[in-house]
Design a protein around this ligand. Structure first.
Ligand code: XIL
Length: 300
């Protein structure tokens, strides 16, 4: 294949990117994105604060712009994200207990209902675990509604859109030797054993000096897959942009049949949430292919 998407398709996989609605008027951006990628994630526009700014009042204007751009260009869409402690609207930040539990359920039903039958996979729950071995994060109002909140979110999601794959998505669960990875692994194993609906695990894969790529990444992917879920690399970026590390990530995904696709978290370095100076993506700020791009294309 001569593009990332075409090369990924040769092994039945996808290659995606995050898209910002505010950049859909930038023709260099949309030209690259349309040419290279076949799976689209809204960088912010399907999050809780964007889709339910007031309780019970949904707004899909920006999310639909991204959805429509993707589908009109023949691409699929990953939904991101339904239940998360971050980027909540103010009303939700100020809600707790059983009222928040119900708000979470209503939110999942509202957003998944709007996109019913149209989304490849939803990040149903995002970043629910704390770093280290302490389990559910204490700084999450959702966690404080009770330990079963993740399970409730997944059961609600399955009923709201039976066609979408349901993912648990997190960062710092890439390194197999880390306690957080083991915590999420144990949760997924428990869900599969008890029949809680879960179809995939999203490895965000934001690699930097604090949480660098480790060669046990392949073991992580294999181990989750062996539980009977797909694995998707959902938000890949590598600070410093090492071509060698990018190739290693691709090779690790390709080594596992149930690793179904890779998404990078932005198009050009200047589009990255990390800032262009960290050079984390596959295209430079002028839209040129970087060494990391060629390395990924060769590895696919
Ligand atoms: C980031 C976006 O890229 C930024 O534009 C926004 O300001 C903050 O969120 N983990 C996630 C993503 O799941 O939603 C985050 O995206 C990056 C970390």
């Amino acid at each position: 294949g001569s593009t990332l998407a075409a090369a990924a398709q040769e092994s039945g996989r996808y290659f995606g990117t995050a898209i910002a609605a505010g950049k859909l008027g930038d023709s260099q951006y949309t030209t690259i994105a349309n040419r290279e990628f076949d799976m689209i994630t809204a960088e912010n526009e399907m999050k809780i604060n964007a889709t339910e700014p007031n309780r019970g009042q949904f707004n899909f204007t920006q999310g639909d712009r991204i959805y429509n751009w993707a589908v009109q260009n023949g691409k699929r869409v990953r939904g991101h994200t339904l239940a998360w402690h971050s980027q909540q609207p103010t009303w939700m930040e100020q809600t707790s207990g059983s009222s928040l539990r119900q708000a979470m359920i209503d939110h999942i039903n509202g957003v998944m209902g709007h996109y019913r039958g149209k989304i490849y996979a939803w990040d149903v729950v995002n970043e629910a675990f704390a770093d280290g071995n302490s389990g559910g994060r204490r700084d999450s109002n959702l966690q404080r509604t009770g330990n079963d909140w993740i399970e409730v979110a997944f059961r609600t999601a399955r009923a709201a859109d039976p066609a979408a794959k349901l993912c648990y998505n997190d960062y710092n669960i890439d390194n197999w030797s880390w306690a957080k990875t083991q915590g999420v692994y144990n949760m997924v194993r428990d869900f599969k054993q008890r029949g809680v609906p879960i179809d995939c695990v999203g490895l965000q894969s934001h690699f930097n000096s604090q949480s660098p790529y480790n060669s046990n990444y392949r073991t992580t992917i294999q181990s989750f897959a062996a539980l009977g879920v797909d694995v998707q690399i959902t938000e890949l970026d590598i600070q410093g942009g090492s071509a060698q590390t990018y190739a290693a990530v691709v090779n690790d995904c390709l080594a596992v049949a149930r690793c179904t696709g890779i998404t990078v978290w932005g198009v050009r370095d200047s589009d990255s949430w990390l800032g262009a100076n960290t050079s984390p993506l596959l295209f430079d700020t002028s839209g040129n292919k970087k060494a990391a791009y060629n390395s990924v294309l060769n590895a696919l």
